[in-house]
Design a protein around this ligand. Structure first.
Ligand SMILES: C=C(O[C@@H]1C=C(C(=O)O)C=C[C@H]1O)C(=O)O
Length: 408
């Protein structure tokens, strides 16, 4: 798995899994973390590196299934034997072996493997695959927007986030590393990730932090309310101001910010909520607030992650009613789309998870992209459709720049 933070200060590439945790709940992963720590013998304790789990949790453990996801669907973490990582200006390799048999020989073998991987030439550019897209059930989706608005008006829900899916086909094969590399060039200030299992790969470039845990702090963000980027700086500025002054978008954002503030207050002291800002990516801009608090004693990263996910930026409010609505009404399972994706320290309880959106699942010659939008009482189906079209754009360009979402 590959994972890089949006500020590019931390990058992980983990290969040769010693173990895969498939479909495990947050409690099971937390249990693994504490067991692992007790059994670890660190040969180089002076180096500030630690073994990590890399992977993601699903959007909804109880949601529908969608065959393209395979084993990734209900959550997938790897414990890599070879972990390449970069922190700020420094690059490291962490090697991990079981302490049975000839440990030194095993470490030497891994070191050779790691050295060989570093020598490997970056593959030459291959030509981009021709693409066919197939919009999944648009009239039904528009109807679902209207039904959701009606449910909100009748006070069953306050907000719900509906996702659209776009199927992709190619006459060749999708090449996950090539898609990742293109996203890294095209979407500079976003998290980048590629989680693969056999011939399935979950790939994305998301702007949204779910949770960062340092030694003393928990940091998160509310990201909700969206508008296009302008073609010129002045047009872009005007669109940004329009977004900040729009009642519907501000309300959509407030639902998210309030819930996050409540959750963070449970787990942190001295919570500070940064100023409201615009988060601008290549194709889209959002309303954004950063949140930072001091960790309360004994609180683990996974406790906070479980309480935060899914925020009303991806699920809805109230959470349980929105999740029930989505599980019943959305035609396809979300898999890891909208779920937490990132890394978890196995010695120090530190790590960072992004929200796995602006993403898709790829298998051989097929792909499935997801894009969602928050529905509130003032939502109009046509506008929501346009917003999701904008949100498909980064992944479509990542696959092939000839594709735009004009026609979606
Ligand atoms: C659901 C998505 O995006 C989320 C929904 C947003 C909105 O409704 O305005 C904005 C950013 C994300 O929190 C997505 O990109 O698929």
């Amino acid at each position: 798995m590959f994972w890089q933070s949006a500020d590019q200060s931390r990058t992980y590439l983990g290969v040769e899994p010693l173990k895969c945790l498939v479909g495990k709940s947050s409690a099971q992963v937390k249990n693994f973390q504490s067991q692992f720590k007790r059994r670890l013998i660190n040969l180089t304790p002076s180096i500030d590196g630690q073994p990590v789990l890399l992977g993601g949790f699903p959007f909804d453990f109880h949601g529908r299934t969608e065959h393209l996801w395979g084993d990734l669907e209900k959550g997938y973490f790897i414990l890599p034997q070879i972990l390449f990582w970069q922190h700020k200006q420094n690059s490291y390799v962490t090697l991990l072996v079981r302490t049975v048999g000839d440990v030194e020989a095993k470490l030497n073998h891994l070191a050779t493997q790691a050295a060989n991987l570093l020598q490997e030439r970056i593959e030459k550019r291959v030509s981009l695959p021709p693409l066919l897209t197939h919009e999944l059930a648009l009239p039904q989706w528009m109807q679902l927007v209207n039904d959701s608005v009606a449910a909100i008006k009748s006070q069953k829900l306050k907000k719900v986030v509906l996702a659209r899916q776009l199927e992709l086909f190619t006459t060749g094969m999708f090449n996950p590393t090539q898609i990742l590399r293109r996203l890294m060039n095209q979407q500079p200030n976003t998290y980048h990730f590629l989680l693969s299992n056999g011939d399935c790969a979950f790939i994305g470039a998301t702007p949204e932090r779910l949770l960062k845990a340092t030694k003393n702090s928990f940091q998160t963000a509310s990201v909700a309310g969206s508008i296009a980027r302008g073609k010129t700086p002045i047009a872009d500025y005007r669109l940004g101001q329009q977004l900040l002054n729009d009642h519907k978008n501000e309300y959509e954002h407030q639902v998210v910010a309030k819930r996050i503030a409540r959750t963070m207050a449970e787990f942190t002291d001295n919570l500070t909520i940064g100023q409201r800002q615009l988060l601008k990516n290549r194709d889209i801009q959002h309303i954004y607030h950063p949140f930072t608090g001091q960790r309360k004693r004994g609180v683990k990263l996974l406790d906070v992650l479980k309480a935060l996910h899914p925020t009303p930026a991806l699920g809805g409010e109230p959470r349980s009613a929105a999740m029930k609505w989505l599980a019943e009404k959305e035609p396809a399972g979300r898999g890891l789309y909208g779920g937490p994706i990132g890394w978890l320290g196995l010695v120090e309880d530190q790590g960072e998870f992004a929200v796995g959106l602006r993403s898709g699942i790829f298998k051989k010659n097929k792909g499935l992209l997801y894009a969602g939008c928050g529905i509130v009482a003032e939502s109009q189906a046509e506008k929501e459709r346009n917003e999701t079209s904008l949100k498909f754009q980064p992944m479509l360009r990542g696959v092939n720049d000839k594709w735009t979402t004009k026609e979606l």
